[in-house]
Design a protein around this ligand. Structure first.
Ligand SMILES: CCCCCCCCCCCCCCCC(=O)SCCNC(=O)CCNC(=O)[C@H](O)C(C)(C)COP(=O)(O)OP(=O)(O)OC[C@H]1O[C@@H](n2cnc3c(N)ncnc32)[C@H](O)[C@@H]1OP(=O)(O)O
Ligand SMILES: Cc1cc2nc3c(=O)[nH]c(=O)nc-3n(C[C@H](O)[C@H](O)[C@H](O)COP(=O)(O)OP(=O)(O)OC[C@H]3O[C@@H](n4cnc5c(N)ncnc54)[C@H](O)[C@@H]3O)c2cc1C
Length: 615
């Protein structure tokens, strides 16, 4: 520490690691690398991921040092540059689109690389709902960025209620074409990502009409811009929907189609098709055209939703050991804020939640892949309702909990948590979108509730009393949504316990993770205490025991907290945080990054004159 009164504005970094964070890493009670391996799915995958990250982090195109000081157009153009560079890298290095390296590359870059809907929804939907000939035609063009696609389903007037979508696609057997129309203002496609400036093609989800009958929502590939000069095609009006809470780098757009003609072959027809004479042929489940959303909900858990809370925990816990404020014991040094029980009560249940959700998402993705194979190779749709119900409930629960958890981490960092430079506000505004997109959470919970017994009794008694089905359903919906959440919580705790039981051959990591498993379960009981008391499932005394046990567990986690967040293995480039970096030099980074603010650029002389003239 420099002598009082004599210090220099840091023009350089304090070398090494902040001693306050260094002391937290000297004796972890578990092998940190083994937890990293467990989270990656094995040591080999950790090595592959790190190799991919080192390639990305060493390429200046992917650098985002100025990310907090860019205009919206600069953010969009930067994300497009990164997307094109990534495609070049993948070609140079031979990373296959469905390979591990590409999966890690997209995960590291997330929405910071353009064409997230193109890569994450447009291409997978063609693979799932298209026949082999359609996959062979469109997917290579898309993977090579010769076409850019979007997924255009939501309209100005409808997002949740898909049976209410107004865009019509009518088959004309005389010329073997579909004619697409949007009958009114509320029919305009509104929100699709990559649509506003980038997309050349759209997967348009619309009501299919053939032989005068509506056959419900189907998917159609529609070219919307020229591949020569990128201008919009005849009958097409397209643009950006304007500023949003986050995702400024994404060109969410609007699309109007008036009398646009497409060939019959452009309807994705793995599970349904229109014959040349206009006959509609259906294969499989009524709701198979919703399958792409089920897959996206599942992928978003580990691609977007859980990483937001994981990064927030890394930032908040690292900052909480380098931030000293007030004194626990008079006369001693100021206290690390992580030593306050309240700070532990805020942050450690969030940390336990990340592990619980990580293990749940891994198990659920395995189940989802199993169902995909069942459907595609055997035409067996029997597991689709369960997959839908659970994917809807998990997406709703995990996005709700992770959004609230990121906000808790942000608030736990005081004023610096309110600075964009901490990385926390943008983590929150970004993950908050997941409570809405890919199925609004309330509606998703109610989809899960269709399976749940207790709510069913209430529903049954209403129906038996003669109440109409839709009235009975809506008047039970609060109970139904609660039942759906409880069902998902039970599934998550059960999965965490089962995951721990499979670690008996690694006692050191089993022990530290078991503490988090217990903390997650007990915190869940405390957060829903009224339910357990209401049903007589627990007494007040038992709840007191839960509270005391939770407090003891917080103390157990405290010793290893920094090592546990280090195990997530996020690089500083991925955290984009001045207060959560590995070396713990929060104050130096805040000061240096602030110098980049355009507000600190040389005051223009004209402004100086104007200011001086008014005083
Ligand atoms: C990895 C990603 C890329 C990463 C990249 C980088 C990051 C980037 C981040 C941003 C990424 C943004 C990505 C946003 C992309 C969008 O937001 S796309 C638009 C998403 N929109 C939605 O999710 C719409 C939500 N609405 C719906 O799904 C449907 O309207 C509902 C709610 C399921 C209701 O459908 P419905 O036809 O009215 O059916 P309903 O009457 O409720 O049910 C009838 C029966 O069908 C069943 N059913 C309903 N749905 C299904 C289904 N899907 N399957 C099976 N059965 C079903 C019901 O269970 C029910 O069965 P029974 O109980 O009768 O046995
Ligand atoms: C960041 C972002 C990216 C997106 N990307 C895409 C994309 O790429 N492609 C695309 O097609 N769409 C996209 N969307 C749109 C998104 O899918 C819709 O916003 C979402 O499906 C919700 O529909 P909505 O906005 O019409 O809300 P509504 O369906 O109008 O719901 C509004 C509110 O009404 C209530 N409500 C609605 N229905 C019910 C019900 N049955 N019971 C009880 N309450 C109900 C709920 O409180 C709900 O929050 C995106 C949205 C966002 C925010």
């Amino acid at each position: 520490m420099s002598a009082p009164g004599h210090w220099s504005v840091p023009g350089h970094w304090s070398s090494g690691v902040n001693p306050d964070i260094h002391s937290e890493r000297t004796s972890p009670s578990f092998p940190v690398e083994r937890v990293t391996n467990l989270l990656d799915g094995g040591a080999e995958l950790t090595a592959t991921r790190r190799h991919v990250e080192s390639i990305i982090n060493s390429d200046s195109t992917f650098s985002q040092d100025d990310r907090y000081f860019l205009t919206r157009v600069e953010q969009y153009e930067g994300s497009v540059r990164r997307a094109v560079r990534l495609r070049e890298k993948m070609k140079e290095l031979g990373w296959a689109d469905n390979g591990t390296e590409a999966m890690f590359a997209f995960r590291v870059l997330g929405a910071d690389v353009a064409f997230g809907i193109h890569n994450g929804v447009f291409i997978p939907t063609i693979k799932e709902l298209g026949i082999e000939a359609q996959i062979a035609k469109w997917v290579p063009l898309a993977q090579d960025l010769q076409i850019i696609g979007t997924y255009a389903q939501t309209e100005l007037g409808h997002g949740t209620y898909l049976r209410g979508l107004e865009t019509t696609v009518t088959f004309d057997p005389s010329n073997q074409e579909f004619v697409i129309n949007m009958p009114r203002l509320s029919s305009i496609k509104w929100w699709p990502g990559d649509l506003g400036r980038s997309a050349t093609h759209a997967l348009v989800l619309a009501q299919l009409y053939t032989q005068g009958k509506c056959q419900g929502m189907h998917a159609f590939i529609v070219q919307i811009r020229s591949l020569v000069d990128h201008s919009s095609l005849p009958g097409v009006t397209v643009g950006d929907i304007g500023p949003k809470m986050n995702f400024d780098q994404v060109d969410n757009g609007f699309l109007i189609l008036q009398n646009v003609h497409i060939p019959r072959e452009n309807m994705l027809c793995r599970y349904s098709e229109v014959s040349p004479d206009g006959t509609y042929v259906k294969r499989g489940s009524d709701r198979i055209n919703y399958f792409s959303m089920v897959l996206t909900r599942t992928r978003l858990l580990s691609a977007e939703i859980i990483p937001a809370l994981a990064k927030a925990c890394v930032i908040a816990i690292r900052y909480s050991v380098v931030r000293r404020q007030s004194k626990l014991k008079p006369g001693e040094m100021e206290t690390k804020i992580l030593d306050y029980q309240m700070q532990q009560q805020k942050l450690f249940p969030q940390l336990a939640t990340v592990f619980a959700f990580h293990f749940m998402a891994s198990s659920f993705e395995a189940f989802c892949n199993q169902v995909k194979v069942q459907i595609k190779s055997k035409g067996d749709f029997s597991s689709l309702p369960e997959l839908h119900a659970l994917s809807a409930g998990l997406k709703a629960l995990l996005s709700d909990v992770c959004s609230a958890g990121v906000e808790t981490c942000r608030r736990a960092c005081g004023g610096h948590g309110y600075s964009l430079l901490s990385g926390l506000p943008s983590l929150y505004t970004r993950v908050a979108g997941s409570c809405t997109y890919e199925g609004e959470n309330t509606v998703m919970q109610l989809q899960t509730a269709r399976l749940i017994k207790n709510a069913g009794f209430q529903l049954q008694s209403l129906l038996q009393s003669g109440v109409e089905q839709y009235v009975a359903w809506d008047s039970t919906s609060i109970l139904l949504a609660q039942a759906a959440i409880a069902h998902c919580q039970y599934t998550i705790v059960n999965n965490f316990v089962e995951t721990m039981s499979r670690l008996q051959h690694e006692p050191e990591i089993q022990q530290v993770l078991q503490v988090l498993c217990d903390l997650y379960a007990l915190s869940g009981i405390l957060a829903n205490a009224e339910e357990f008391l209401h049903d007589g499932y627990m007494t007040g005394h038992q709840l007191d025991l839960v509270t005391a046990s939770q407090r003891d567990l917080l103390t157990c986690v405290r010793k290893d907290a920094v090592s546990l967040v280090d195990a997530f293995d996020y690089s500083d480039q991925q955290l984009h945080s001045a207060i959560g970096s590995y070396d713990g030099h929060a104050y130096q980074r805040l000061f240096e990054w602030a110098q980049k603010a355009p507000m600190n650029a040389k005051v223009p002389f004209a402004l100086f004159l104007a200011l001086s003239s008014c005083c």
